[in-house]
Write a protein that binds this ligand. Sequence first.
Ligand SMILES: [Zn+2]
Length: 195
Amino acid sequence: MSLKKSEQIADIQGVVLPIRIIGDKVLRRKAEPVTEINDDLRKIVADMIETMYVKDGVGLAAPQVGVSLRIFVIDTEWVATQQRNPMVFINPKFISTESVEEAEEGCLSLPDIVSEVKRALKVEIEAYDLEGNLKRYSSEGFFARAIQHEYDHLDGIVFTDRIGKVKLFRLKNQIKEFESKTDQNGNNFDYYHSD
Ligand SMILES: [Zn+2]
């Protein structure tokens, strides 16, 4: 598919959005493809980027802020460099994956939970950027892991779905505790974890 190119890139200042916590139904929905890059979409992305930085994430997927669209943002360097250099992935598609590696992961939607997860060591991915250009990325290690983690969110998958029963058993009560805060509309905002 093709996306309409924008005439200009609006310089939109994002705001921090509440993170959806496990139990929230939007985290379990398959997100919809983006059909047009317009100002509304640029605003969503600006908000996602601001939220990622303020909440100390290395990546954030749109469903994590309640938006069921196939978008995620990643910046694996900024914690070390303190330079903001966000990468935006719209309608991402895996081209290839290679090898397997196990390493620790966490997620803003599952606060304080960390566990080892098996992921491909190398991935190639194609995605549109905010200017509507289709780009191909070769990634390895932590960057590849972040891409796979965020991509999973677009299919309603969280990292604890990918860990073994024994490790999961240890985390069950913590997950249940988060899920119990889900309201009757299926929303579970980070009331208890906002700044
Ligand atoms: Zn996550």
